[in-house]
Design a protein. Structure first.
Length: 285
């Protein structure tokens, strides 16, 4: 897997296929490997780039949690795209990666062709709620560093959010677990401190200004994120909402065939005119 230095940090990524550029951003505890099957299918008609976000997979694990902040991560995504020669690109993000994809689109709208958000949110609107979430994220980060990756993954996989994944094949569940265990506990902890849900600014008030074509995906068994997606759809002028039957939070893991069919269909639809966008200059943004 290739490596590229972005704003002083080493990023690993996986690139395959030809066609319009499509960047894939994984969720917390994931990596570029989380998209393996999905990326292979989408690569039949797209230039797909799966990125290991900082603190995950084989990318660098900076010691300062400030380097992981969503503002920095968004700049890194745009800079990486520019270094790969992409003038404009589409973004697909899951959960944490979806929050980042939304922030990139908000901060750098002229670079984005299409946006796909899977089980994502614009953050927490209430300041007190954000502070409480920051406190819980800090506690979890400390626990990850204290107790190690195995103990954390054991607890993470028992969360009710992922209960619906028990129906997946044992080999698939085992592969996902092995990928999670390869992450570094300090990297995950700093990712939580830097760009956990409580640390990112709320984008609820910015949603009406996001005008690119947007696909909002949620699993019907994940009632919390179905509610968030419905509310987002009501605020985003060019959004389309898809609720996937028989799936929980991680739609691409639980219903991969249906997920790729919906995403591929959306990507193949005409986008807004390119003259409204601005080319990316390689290097620092």
């Amino acid at each position: 897997m290739p490596q590229i230095e972005i704003n002083g940090a080493a990023y690993h990524y996986r690139r395959l296929g030809t066609g319009p550029p499509l960047l894939l951003l994984h969720g917390f505890t994931g990596s570029s490997e989380s998209w393996a099957g999905i990326a292979s299918i989408l690569a039949s008609s797209n230039d797909v780039v799966c990125i290991d976000l900082l603190g995950h997979g084989k990318s660098e694990r900076p010691a300062s949690s400030g380097r992981y902040r969503i503002e920095q991560a968004a700049r890194d995504v745009v800079t990486l795209a520019g270094k790969l020669g992409f003038e404009h690109f589409s973004l697909l993000g899951y959960s944490m990666g979806g929050r980042l994809a939304l922030y990139v689109t908000h901060r750098y709208p002229k670079f984005i062709k299409k946006l796909i958000l899977e089980s994502a949110s614009p953050g927490i609107a209430d300041a007190a709620g954000r502070e409480e979430r920051r406190r819980r994220d800090r506690e979890l980060a400390n626990r990850i560093e204290r107790d190690g990756i195995v103990d954390f993954v054991n607890q993470w996989e028992r969360l009710p959010l992922f209960a619906s994944q028990s129906a997946a094949a044992k080999s698939t569940i085992s592969a996902q677990r092995m990928q999670r265990l390869l992450n570094d506990p300090n990297g995950l902890a700093n990712s939580l401190r830097g760009m956990g849900t409580g640390s990112q600014p709320s984008l609820w008030g910015e949603l009406p200004a996001i005008t690119c074509a947007t696909l909002l995906l949620s699993g019907e068994l994940d009632s919390k994120y179905v509610g968030i997606a419905r509310k987002m759809a009501g605020l985003m002028p060019h959004s389309k909402l898809e609720i996937t039957p028989g799936s929980g939070h991680n739609v691409h893991f639980e219903r991969p065939s249906l997920f790729t069919a919906v995403v591929a269909s959306f990507l193949n639809q005409p986008a807004q005119p390119p003259e409204t966008r601005q080319a990316i200059k390689p290097g620092r943004c």
